[in-house]
Ligand binder design. Structure first.
Ligand code: ZN
Length: 692
């Protein structure tokens, strides 16, 4: 890696400079991921009487170095923290208590669990990372000699110890015995560098990581790390395996809370899962304890592709035994199912509450793969013991980081498909679903439009994510990468529908709901209506709903987790208007289809409901095409059509896409858990269209 330090961009203010340096480190994925690693500087702050007081600025627990800003740091009084180094031992609870008491501002974020280490070492600036290249050297059976040979004798070797008071003291004692040191390598954990200013500690991180990277690159060229045992299954057979097994996998791992899965068959993943040494290497343990928070101690390695459910059960039973062996009285067992599933010849599945989380797990495990691979080319890969792993996996101070996640929204953990998503109503529905926590595949005919829509929804959802529950961190932009996915689908073509389903299950591991919304309108009296226009209307407005719903219902039944379907029909079903024959007849077929689906799928816990909107103009492609003709039918100037629709309803209300979306969210949520086969009108009240 190379230094990104730019002297012209370095802020003069010490806290701003610390945030700048932290962002430089956070921008390098190979140095640490998602809240891993921490940085500090020593400065002075005015005390209550305006006298300068020495303080330690250190990163808040769980905050990401990537995108760090001054508000993510906490300032603590340095003198009392330093005095703690004289103690022989200290419990975690006492340490957290002291850290809180030393905060300059009581409302600042909770300081990093490694704060004491930053306080004890009397160097001005300190950086701690979980650098991949350093871990690849340190996590081997000859870690200490390798580190000395490759990185030199200015780095102190610290045998593994769980973070906390004891580790901080051990590093401090070693520091005192090693004048002129540049930092330390923590076995099975990572790198610390220090210096008399921020630039020096940063440059030392870059320097040592680069030395390690160059050495590893040479060794990789010299030695093949593992032979490939199997070749990857062809695309079609991989997809067939996913289709066959994902419903049961998702059902099994969703026993306490519904989970999503994301499939990864990138070349690096396939190379790893196909390697003959993979089962042995992937069973050793995590590359750094911090990874376990997201990946658990071990992945599930699928030995027999035709027997996955039994292997999931064995994994969960083994986690329960691991918990029984090491837990204390007040601990409760976390979800026992795997976060990473490695399938030789197929790829990797990662699990989480949504695609943001599964992507996080995948990213971390890909770094672990690289570390394991590199370590294996220079020695025998090693990891922490099972007992030590438990100590971190169930460590309250580590679990605190998970509590910083935003509270789960009403539709969180649900995955669905919205057809015709680019138009006004579809867009409004998809946006609201993601705002309420769901993951959504937005489909329509034009590739650019669906991709742009998914991007827009993801960005918007990021801005609207609420601040973490119970956290003292101020609200910040939360990345929700991947909660909306744009996929092209022509609802009238079976192949296109099946391809979209494939994309859905690759990205999310299954499906929970459908909003069947795609539609077209034709204005013509029946005596002038062409057969083509009639058939086109039936193809989209009736057959299209059938094809998508059939595919979704088959999946929901196989998955066995219930589900919900909402059909966007029309007030034209109970109250048709003239010159709207092709549309109204097809929409009546859609409504009847929905009712039959409700009858047939109640026993599977699948609810099917219908929404009848009327006169929704905002962003509607439909009204752009048929508006002028409809205006002619009612003998109105085109610009008065919307007002006409508004005036004809009982509430004189202007119906918007978000009104329709609200009804859809209700019908998909548990608030309507006892409702199926129902029609909900969103039309301002039309007496001739009252459902009956
Ligand atoms: Zn660490």
């Amino acid at each position: 890696m190379r230094s990104r330090w730019n002297i012209r961009q370095t802020p003069a203010d010490p806290l701003e400079a610390l945030a700048y340096r932290s962002r430089l480190i956070g921008d390098e994925e190979t140095l640490g991921l998602f809240g891993g690693g921490n940085t500090s500087t020593k400065a002075t702050c005015p005390d209550l009487f305006g006298h300068p007081e020495p303080v330690l600025w250190v990163k808040g627990s769980g905050a990401d170095l990537k995108g760090c800003e001054p508000r993510h740091f906490a300032a603590l009084r340095l003198a009392p923290l330093r005095a703690l180094a004289r103690r022989a031992a200290m419990s975690d609870e006492a340490m957290v208590d002291v850290l809180e008491r030393c905060l300059i501002h009581p409302k600042s974020p909770r300081p990093s669990v490694e704060t004491l280490l930053h306080a004890f070492i009397p160097e001005h600036d300190i950086d701690h990372t979980h650098a991949d290249a350093i871990l690849a050297l340190a996590n081997t059976d000859r870690g200490a000699p390798l580190v000395r040979t490759v990185l030199g004798d200015r780095l102190i070797w610290i045998p593994y110890l769980q973070p906390g008071f004891a580790l901080s003291k051990r590093v401090f004692d070693a520091y005192q015995r090693s004048p002129g040191s540049h930092g330390a390598v923590l076995e099975q954990h990572g790198l610390i560098t220090w210096g008399s200013d921020g630039q020096t500690s940063y440059r030392r991180t870059v320097h040592y990581v680069t030395l390690a990277e160059r050495y590893l690159a040479r060794q990789r060229r010299r030695r093949r790390w593992s032979a490939s045992r199997d070749t990857t299954l062809p695309d079609g057979r991989r997809m067939a395996w996913l289709r066959q097994w994902l419903p049961a996998i998702r059902r099994t791992i969703s026993q306490s809370k519904r989970m999503c899965l994301t499939y990864d068959d990138s070349p690096e993943v396939l190379e790893f899962v196909n390697a003959s040494r993979m089962p042995q290497l992937a069973s050793i343990g995590p590359a750094t304890p911090d990874h376990m928070l997201r990946t658990k101690r071990l992945p599930l390695i699928v030995q027999n592709r035709e027997d996955v459910v039994a292997q999931l059960a064995r994994y969960a039973a083994s986690h329960a035994r691991y918990f029984q062996r090491y837990h204390h009285q007040d601990q409760t067992m976390l979800d026992p199912y795997p976060r990473v599933i490695l399938v030789p010849r197929v790829g990797m599945l990662t699990t989480g509450k949504d695609a943001t989380e599964t992507a996080m797990v995948a990213t971390i495990y890909k770094h672990a793969m690289a570390i394991i691979r590199n370590a294996s080319s220079v020695g025998r890969y090693t990891s922490v013991s099972e007992r030590e792993a438990f100590g971190v996996e169930y460590w309250p101070l580590e679990l605190y980081k998970l509590s910083l996640a935003p509270a789960e929204a009403e539709l969180s953990r649900l995955v669905g498909l919205v057809t015709g998503a680019v138009g006004g109503i579809g867009r409004g529905i998809a946006q609201m679903l993601v705002d309420r926590g769901a993951s959504v595949v937005v489909t329509d005919l034009q590739p650019e439009a669906v991709v742009a829509l998914a991007q827009e929804i993801n960005q918007r959802a990021g801005r609207r994510s609420p601040p973490p529950a119970g956290s003292r961190l101020p609200p910040r932009k939360v990345e929700v990468a991947g909660r909306a996915l744009g996929v092209v689908m022509d609802v009238t073509q079976e192949e296109s529908v099946e391809r979209a389903m494939d994309e859905t299950i690759r990205a999310f591991g299954g499906i929970d709901f459908l909003v069947s919304n795609a539609g077209i309108a034709t204005v013509s009296s029946i005596d002038r209506l062409s057969r083509e226009a009639w058939e086109r209307s039936l193809a989209v407005n009736a057959t299209g709903h059938f094809l998508v719903a059939r595919s979704v219902v088959r999946w929901l039944r196989a998955q066995g987790l219930g589900g919900a379907l909402v059909f966007i029909a029309s007030k034209n079903v109970p109250a048709p208007g003239k010159e709207f024959g092709a549309y109204s007849a097809a929409k009546a077929a859609e409504t009847q289809l929905a009712r039959i689906l409700a009858i047939e799928n109640g026993e599977h816990g699948v609810r099917v409901n219908i929404v009848h909107p009327d006169g929704v103009f905002d962003g509607s492609g439909l009204w752009k095409t048929i508006g002028p003709d409809r205006a002619k039918t009612y003998r109105l100037p085109p610009d008065q059509l919307e007002a006409y629709y508004q005036q004809r309803n009982l509430l004189k209300a202007r119906v918007t896409p978000s009104d329709v979306a609200e009804a859809v969210c209700f019908l998909l949520s548990q608030r309507s858990a006892k409702t199926t086969g129902c029609v909900l009108t969103v039309d301002g009240g039309l007496r001739e269209a009252f459902p009956r």
